[in-house]
Structures are given as C-alpha cells and as structure tokens.
Design a protein around this ligand. Sequence first.
Ligand code: FAD
Length: 829
Amino acid sequence: MKNHVKALVVGGGAVGTSIAYHLARAGWDTMLLERDELTSGSTWHAAGLLPYFNMSFATTHIHDYSIRFYKTLEAETGLNPGFSVVGNLRMAQSQARMDEYRLYASTAETCGVPYEWLTPAQMKERWPLMRTEDLVGAIFHPTDGYINPADVTQAMAKGARQFGATIERKWQVDGYQWTGSEWRVTLTKMAEKGGNLVPTEEQTVVTAEHVVTATGNHAQRTARLLGLKIPAIPVEHQYIVTEPDPALVEWRKAGNPEHPVLRDADAKWYVREERGGWILGPYERNAPARFAYGCPDSFRADLFPLDLDRIEEEYMSMIHRLPSSETVGLKDDYNGPICYTPDGNPLLGPAPGLRNMWLAEGFSFGITAAGGSGYYLAQLMTEGEAEIDMGALDPRRYGSWMTTDYAVAKNEEAYEHVYILHHPDEERPAARPLRTAPCYDRMKALGAQFGQVNGWERPNYFAPEGFDDHAARSFRRGGWWEYTLAEAKAIRETAGLIDATAFAKHVVRGPGATAFLDWFTCNKLPKVGRVNLTYALTCAGTVRTEYTIVRQAEDVYYLVSAGGWHAYDEDFLLKAVEDKAAEFGPVIVEDVTTRHGVFALAGPNARAILAGLIRDADPATALSNKRFPWLSARQIELGMVPVNALRVAYTGELGWELHHPIEMQNHLFDRLMEADAAHGLKPVGARAQNWLRQEKSYRAFGTELGRDATPLEAGLDRFVDLSKEFHGKAAMEATGIRSKCVTLLIDGPEDADPWGREALYDGEARVGRLTSGGYSVAFGKSIGMGYVRPELAVPGTRLSVRMFDALWTAEVVGDSPHDPSNARIRADG
Ligand SMILES: Cc1cc2nc3c(=O)[nH]c(=O)nc-3n(C[C@H](O)[C@H](O)[C@H](O)COP(=O)(O)OP(=O)(O)OC[C@H]3O[C@@H](n4cnc5c(N)ncnc54)[C@H](O)[C@@H]3O)c2cc1C
C-alpha cells in the first residue's frame, strides 16, 4: 500500500468510488479505502433508480451529469453498469400535483433536461396494465431509468484504476490528524471472522494532502473522529419485490417494452419491473431514524426486518394502480438504512473548521447523485471552484446549534416528505420552534406565520387569528398573498417593521483588520461611521459572501451577512484571516450574531416613528440627512435602548436597521409598536420584503448572488473597486460576462407569480432563467430577477417566461424600476 497520496477517499460506496474516479481522472494521485468490500454499505441494496426529478438547480445538474456519465462507462471500462433507460413516469392525481410538475419542468428546462406531458388516455394506451381514470396527467422523462448500483460502482472503480487510482479494501480509517500541511490517517486492517468483520492488530498510517470522507451510514463515527457535527443520520427505507405477475409476463412476451419507472407521488411510492414482477418502494410515514449515535462496527450489508404494516397503505395503492399485482405474492424484501440530512440534500464540500478535509455524506439518492457529486466535488478540489454553485450542498450550512435530536427529527421528516407536494411556499414543521428571537411571542400574537431560516423562526407574513398556513400553500398565489400585498403596501405608503434578527453578524478588528478586509472584499472600505455594501469573492472571481459592512472605528468593522449562511460565511472568513495573518497582521473575528437583535424599520413614516423615541440633545435634527445621511451608522438611544442604527433599507424606502442588545428587544419592540396608530406601522414579513427588494433590483444572496456569477455579471459594478487588488479580482476579470443579471416586469397569469425557477425565452430560444420572482405593488404586475445572455440585458427587451407550461411576456427593465433616483430612500426631514 502507498503511504502517501495526494487524495485519500474513505468509503467505497457509489459516492466514494465516483469521487475517486473523478479525482484520478483530473490527474490527482488518489487512493480509495474501504473497510469491507466495495458497495457493502447502502449501495448494495439500493433499488438503482435514477430520478431526474428534484426542485433544485444544483441537484438537477448533478443528476443530469450522473445519467449522462453512466451511459459512457461501458465504452470506457468494458463493464456494463446495467443501465435500463426505461424512462420515468411521474403521475398526478390532482391539479395541484400537475402544478408541481409544471414548476419542476421550469427547473428541468433551465438545465436542459428533456421531459414530455402525458394525458391519462395516452398513459393507458402505452401501458394498459395501469389504472389511469383517476389521474389528471403525468410528466415523463424518456432518458432516465434504473441502473445496477453494484455494477455501476464496479465500473467506476475500474475507471478509477485505469486513471491510476489505487483501491484498498478491508482497511478501516480509525483516526485523522492534521499536521499543518497534510493529514496523517491511521488505518486498521479488517478481517473476516465467523461471518463478522473485525479489526486486526495490523495498523498503518497513510499521509494525504486531501481527504474525502464518503462513509455513508458511518457518518456519525466519522464526525466523532474529526470532532465535527454532521447531521447525516440514516432512516429506514424498505422496498419489496413481488413474484412474477402473469399479466406483466404476458405483456412483455408479446414484445412490448418494459414499463418506465412508475411514480405515483400522491400515493407515495415508486414501482419498477423486476424479472416479471414488480418492485414497490414506498416513502411511508413514521419510518424511524437509526444509528443516531453511530452505526455499529458490526453492521455490514445488513438489513432490518420488514415492517409490512407500515407500508400497507402504499401497498394497497400499488394494487389499485396495477390491478394485476393483487394476486401476486411477495418474493423478497429489503429494509435498509438510507442516509438523510435535515433538508434532504447531501453534505458535499469542505468540512467546517478543517483544512483539506472534504465531506461527501448524507446521500439519500446516492446512486443518482454519485456521478455528478464526484464530478463537481473533484472540480471544487482540483480547480478551487465548481462550474455550478455548490452552496446548497455545502456541509457548512448547518451551524453549531445543530444537535442529534434536531437531525433525527428533521431527517425523518425529510424522508416522509419525499413525495409530498413541494410547494415553493412550504415550511416544514419538525423541530420547531427552536431558535427564536425574544420578540417571537409578540410577533406570534400579531399573527406572524413563521418560516425557518438556519433554525431561526422568522415571520413570513402576518395573518388573522385562525389562519391556516398549511392550507394556504399553493404553486400559484397562496392564501397568504393578500396579506403580503398589504404589508408591501404599508412599507411603500406608511411604515413596516421587519424582524431581521437572524442576520449573521461578525466584528472584525485589530491592527490587520483594514488591510485584510481591503483584500478580502471587492468594494472600497467605508470611512468611519459609514456603511458599504461589499462582496467577498471565490478564487474563481464569483460571489462568495455579501456583506453590509460598517466601519465603527479605524480598525473595527461590523459585518452583516445572510442569516441562512452563518456558518458557511464564518468558516470562509476565519480561514481567510488565518491564511493572511502573516501578511496583514493580527485580526480578531468575533461572532456577535446572537448578541444583537435587528429590526428593519422602513417606509415614509420611519423617521417620524424614530423621532418620537430618539433621545438626543437635538432630537429634531438627529435623524436628518445632515446628521444621519443615507449609508451611515450611528450609536443612538431609542427610549432606554442603545441602538447601533444603520441607515439602509433593503425594501427601497426611507429606513433604518436597528441593531440592539438582544435582551432589550422586547422593550424596543413595544416602544416601536406604540407608534402604530399614529404612523400606520405594520409588522411585515420576509415575503413582502422579497417582493419589494426586487422593485429596487436588490440582488439576494442565494438567488441572484452565488458562486456561479461574478459581481460584474450580477450587475454590481458600482460595488467593485477596480482600482485596488482584491481576492478573486483577476479571475473575475478573466471570466468576462457570460450572462447578466436583469430585472423583468412580467404579464403573467392572473392567479400566479413566478417563483424564481422559471426558464426565459427569446422567441423559441432558451436564453436564461429567473432566480427570483414575486409581485410588484408599485407596478401592479409580476416581477422577477434572473440571468440572460448579455446582449439581451437591455431595458426594453421583450422576452418570455415559462409559467405553468405557457409563455408569458417579460420585459427587461432598467435596474431599480421603482424610484430609480433613490429619492425616497434619501428623503430628508
Ligand atoms: C432500500 C434502499 C433503496 C434505495 N434505492 C435507491 C435508489 O433507487 N436510487 C438511489 O439513488 N438511491 C437509493 N438508495 C440510497 C442509496 O443506497 C444511497 O444513497 C447510496 O448507496 C449512498 O452511497 P454512499 O457511497 O454514500 O454510502 P455507502 O454505500 O453506505 O458506502 C459507504 C462506505 O463507506 C465504508 N466506510 C465507512 N466508514 C469507513 C471507514 N472508517 N473506513 C473505511 N471505509 C468506511 C462503508 O463500509 C461503506 O462501504 C436506497 C437506499 C436503500 C436503503
């Protein structure tokens, strides 16, 4: 065995093997270690389905790569991975389900994934064994199907070897130690003993510049060895295999093609053919999480006992859909651990706090995702960035607040939700409320309907007592729409108060702080007392983090970034500080997120509301443009509360962000709300804020802003100081403008607005995609933001957007269509 490699991959399931293949293909000296045999984890009992369907842009790219890649493996390796391209039929029992598919189809189109629509009659004609009269339609993917998980893994392993990788079986990783320049990895030789896999006395050490862990159900052990929290905990997943179904056998004997993979999402199952019978895979309620504190070392390719009672409902509904299956007996059953994460996405990317340590854990569709995950992770590792934004999969999306109980509750929920209607306005209930601002109860009493962001409860909108948020969800305008409309109007006409406590907040200070931040971010640093919007870039010159940055003293900066990305941003910042310590001198980073609450007060009456509360020698001028200009920050006193007030407004109205000691939040809240009657102050939720910021073309992190666009492509030129050197500058300039961020006003359907996932067309040609969507109160029509080819990013260009399978006119407008001169934000008084 080699004792030093560039990359060591731990875990020989589908995922680890694909990563080893792609690292070796990229030219890295790679070794794969497996404690048992390849595919002896979850991979061996997977049903092998390769569904394209999912609602995420990044994941669709990953699945798309896998499906295309697996089709090439036989030619490359001589091993047939057993890919049956039978297609995938996703049925709908309701119009709401069809709406879900239409929204999904928009995402599929933005990634170039082919699909067709089928009516019940067309389905019956093609697959007469199916009952279709109670269906309203289906979406059909002709190019996916299922694969043999063991064969595809072996083919990737052979491919990896062909590119020079070595694969060592029966070696278990038992320890990791970072020396400052490489990982010292301790391995134990495993041996078969009486049918068990046991450690031997033989140990060795391998050093590696980079380590990737892809340890499947053993993720908790890996977490312990690395001193990390990893919310990858398996849930039981079963499927059953029936005896041959005579009707099916007959149908195939007559020369008919194999059935596509069938998915009756409303009945919560998938079905495919297996040697003349059927495989039924349900996603039932109450499937329990397993191995929350670690998978026993003795657990190999083991299974749990079948729990038929739990899947009775799904079984009966299969019989309803395929009546000939009623008389067919059960031949086989599988109940295995399937790893989940709280949001159902894998954890793929850098490990928090560690150098050159990469996680590839928590895969619930690991056969489908393995190919693309290997490809994009290898890009990230070998080139510094991947061609898609991997943020949504980044392991650092869960902060240190995450616990085992949380992961168990959310993972069980994620499993159960695989086939629920994926409303874009969905909020899932498990493990809530957990992280609450002090004003939570007050907001709730005012009718707040909360969403969860990074564990925090944040009002989405406010509704009357008894309102049912769950029933109000829709793929079109949900029951919440009218309340959001009223809140958006309040900000434009009177005033609104938004709880923005979830913001991530860091203080960066010390003798090296100014030089460091000047290098780390692309805009000029603000003068003392001023506020700037600025960006930290990736090494590829794309947007890594958006900061509102306040210079509190010569070498003291207060950085505010997206609440949903706290740990993700913090890890990037801390590693950059450490890397640059020798060059710039000492820099101290302090996380003050949970120390300060934040209220955003905005609207024409915002100044009058604060004027009633501010304590100042000259209250009449304290909030004037002269003493408190736009984009400045002041320490003020509102009643008895010391407030770090920032004159900024993400909604595009006169406003202040009031950063206050969190323990005084309720006092401040009560004082502000007392202004209600006189000034029309309304509590406002995140949905109205999202609409309003689009009228001002304010880009949001995670939608317009991410690792797939440079700030110049995002149209943020005015926040980029090209006269200075900063991290990512050369790459940003070299990238040029591949596409450009625009704002569009849309004449859409009467009952719907875009969600920000839809494809944009110029005539017949697909020319871009929306990244945000909503309704504009200022223009009385739908609004959206997105990316189009640069030559189309010209105000007045008429494009169309696909919504609900029809094309609707979308006109590119100049940035900030509402109040382009910022007169309202700058209003004096
Ligand atoms: C019943 C069932 C049906 C499924 N059907 C599908 C499907 O149709 N389509 C789909 O896409 N997915 C399906 N899945 C999910 C799929 O099986 C997993 O997502 C996938 O196998 C995960 O692959 P992996 O490589 O991450 O993990 P694993 O296959 O579990 O591999 C991890 C490997 O790491 C090794 N390992 C762990 N710790 C160490 C260590 N310290 N040192 C060395 N080696 C170590 C283990 O021995 C194991 O071989 C199904 C799962 C189940 C349970």
